[in-house]
Design a protein around this ligand. Sequence first.
Ligand code: GDP
Length: 191
Amino acid sequence: WPSVHSGSSDSVRSSESISEPGVYKVMLLGDSGVGKTTLAGIFGGAEDTFHHEAEQPEATYERNLLVDGEKTTLMVYDIWDQSWMQNNCLQMGDAFLLIFSVTDRSSFQRLPGLLLQLRAARPHRRIPIILVGNKGDLARSREVSVEEGCSLAGMLSCKYTETSAALHHNTQELLEGVVRQIRLCRDEGEH
Ligand code: GDP
C-alpha cells in the first residue's frame, strides 16, 4: 500500500448534505446485526465519533482520507435499518457496502436480492459495490466460507472483502479500497 494518512472528524449530519467535489457518500447496507453500526464507528474514527442514535436516527460519520496523494472526504451512512430511509439511501449513495456476517448464512443469502434492489434503483450508473463479510474473527461460528463469498461476488460482478470490526481487521484497507473504486468509476465516467 502507498503511504496513507488519515484524519477523522466527528459529526452527525443531515442526510440532505450537498455533494461537493471530493466528498462521497458511502452507504452501509445489510441485515440487522451484521455489524454495520460497529463498522461505521470505526470508519468514522472510533474515538472521535459522535453517535446520537436516539436523538437523530440517521447516523452519518465523516472521514477525511488522503489516499494516493489525493484528499477525499467520505460520508458514511448507517441508516439502512430504518426502512423508511432505504429508498433515499439507494438514491443518494456514491458507493455501497453490502455487508453480511460470516456467522449468519441468512444475512449472506439476502445479498443477491439487495443488489437487485440497488441496481433497480440506480439502473444507469456504474457505482462501486463491495460485498463485505464481517465478523471474520468468529472462526468457530463461521457459516459462510471465504470461497463462497468470493464466488457470489464474482457472479454479481462486485468486489469481495472480509473484515472484523471487533479486531479492526481490514477496515482501513476497505475504506481506502472504496475511495479507489469511487475514483475508478469517476474517471471512467469522464471518458
Ligand atoms: P448492525 O445492526 O448491522 O448495525 O450491527 P451492530 O454494529 O449493532 O453489531 C451487532 C453485534 O455484533 C454487536 O454486538 C457488535 O458488537 C457485534 N459485532 C459487530 N462486528 C463484529 C465483529 O467483527 N466481530 C464480532 N465478534 N462481533 C461483532
